[in-house]
Design a protein around this ligand. Structure first.
Ligand SMILES: [Zn+2]
Length: 70
């Protein structure tokens, strides 16, 4: 079970966060051995056009989601 995290709006993400290269919560780079874990989908969009994208977080921000010793 993954604890539900408060995800940012997709509109507020940086390019790196949008691409899944950085933690969507703290902005830390996910170009590490551990990498990031999927924490759900951030909602975004303007007006009638809504979309959401999968976002990733570092293990610090998503405790329990990462696989220990992986
Ligand atoms: Zn983080």
């Amino acid at each position: 079970m993954t604890a539900r995290l408060k995800l940012p709006s997709a509109d507020d993400l940086t390019y790196a966060q949008h691409q899944g290269w950085a933690c969507c919560l703290c902005g830390k780079s996910l170009w590490t051995k551990v990498g990031g874990v999927s924490v759900g989908r951030a909602r975004g969009g303007v007006g009638a056009h809504s979309f959401d994208i999968e976002v990733y977080a570092c293990p610090d921000c998503a405790p329990g989601s990462a696989t220990p010793g992986g």
